[in-house]
Design a protein around this ligand. Structure first.
Ligand code: SF4
Ligand code: SF4
Length: 114
């Protein structure tokens, strides 16, 4: 998906499929503010959250949320919902609008032309 193909929030319907949360090799970076918010939401100290719920990104530039063995985010529920939805990272809350990648339209059924 390129800039010209970005999705308009008002005309987008999420299919609640959770595919954007189980992208193979996908990463979700978290900054300091997001770490504080998510840790507080989960009732954890920031240190515990960092140790138990994050790992270093492949490029070693930031922390990222952990993934399960199948590649899905650890916060994706069986019902395809986000367990930390009120405090999910910016990357998640801005997909597929302000944040997209070249595979967005193939990953997200809501982005495909109906
Ligand atoms: S934090 Fe929530 S929205 Fe973001 S990838 Fe994980 S389950 Fe999906
Ligand atoms: S892939 Fe698209 S349609 Fe599916 S949950 Fe994510 S945003 Fe919604």
């Amino acid at each position: 998906m390129n800039e010209a193909m970005k999705v308009d929030r008002e005309n987008f319907t999420c299919k609640m499929c959770g595919e954007c949360c189980r992208i193979k090799d996908g990463i979700v970076r978290v900054n300091n503010v997001e770490i504080s918010r998510i840790a507080a939401f989960l009732g954890m100290s920031e240190g515990d959250f960092i140790e138990k719920e994050t790992e270093v990104s492949p490029d070693r530039k930031s922390l990222i949320l952990r993934s399960r063995k199948d590649g899905a985010c650890v916060y994706l529920t069986d019902a395809n919902l986000c367990a930390i939805n009120p405090v999910k990272p910016e990357k998640c809350s801005t997909f597929p609008f302000e944040w997209t990648n070249p595979d967005s339209s193939s990953v997200c059924p809501g982005c495909r032309i109906k």
